[in-house]
Design a protein around this ligand. Structure first.
Ligand code: PRP
Length: 183
């Protein structure tokens, strides 16, 4: 099996139409909740990029966006538990209504570290918007304000999510054939 090819995705979990309509709902909800608050969206690279761009097209209030990159997985399919900051924010989070935009919350370890890090900068508020919630894998409790979809414990790719940097370009969320990462 060649990595990145369509036959290595064994099932479509969330199709493009489902993504479009749920992301539009989340954008509308955030627009209503943050009216007059000038939110700062903090997109967690790289997986959340596709979600962020679609989400922001549905946010119709003054707002700003910045990016952070942290690393917990490396090349592995399981979190190492070690979270390293690769890129920090350019815009100060102090006094801002911050919305962390993340593609997936799995064990929650990455998000726990991000919450600690950003809380220390004294934002006016801090909420999380995650496209996917893989709840059954959670090791630490994380308060998620906005969730796109709860998903089962499968290795998912597409719509920004990768395996070995492949599959981010898929317009849907699919389940990766385990043969790809077992071989
Ligand atoms: C993924 C995802 C989260 C984290 C979730 O990032 O985007 O940041 O793992 O896992 P956890 O809840 O178990 O901590 P990854 O390290 O794969 O980086 P990427 O977004 O650049 O692909």
């Amino acid at each position: 099996m060649e990595i990145g090819t369509p036959e290595t995705v064994k099932e479509v979990l969330i199709n493009a139409d489902q993504l479009r309509s749920r992301v539009a709902e989340l954008g509308a909800q955030i627009t209503a909740d943050y009216d007059g608050k000038n939110p700062l969206f903090v997109c967690i690279l790289k997986g959340a990029v596709m979600f962020l761009t679609d989400l922001l097209k549905n946010v119709n209030i003054p707002s700003q966006v910045d990016f952070m990159q942290v690393s917990s997985y490396g090349g592995a399919t399981e979190s190492s538990g070690i979270v390293k900051i690769i890129k920090d924010l350019d815009i100060s989070a102090e006094g801002r209504h911050v919305v962390i935009v993340e593609d997936i919350v799995d064990t929650g370890i990455t998000m726990k570290h991000l919450i600690e890090l950003l809380s220390a900068r004294r934002p006016a508020s801090l909420n999380i918007c995650a496209l996917l919630d893989k709840k059954e894998r959670r090791l630490v409790e994380i308060p998620l304000t906005y969730v796109g979809f709860e998903i089962p414990n499968a290795f998912v790719v597409g719509y920004g999510l990768d395996y070995a940097e492949y599959y981010r370009n898929l317009p849907f969320i699919g389940v990766l054939d385990p043969q790809v990462y077992r071989s």
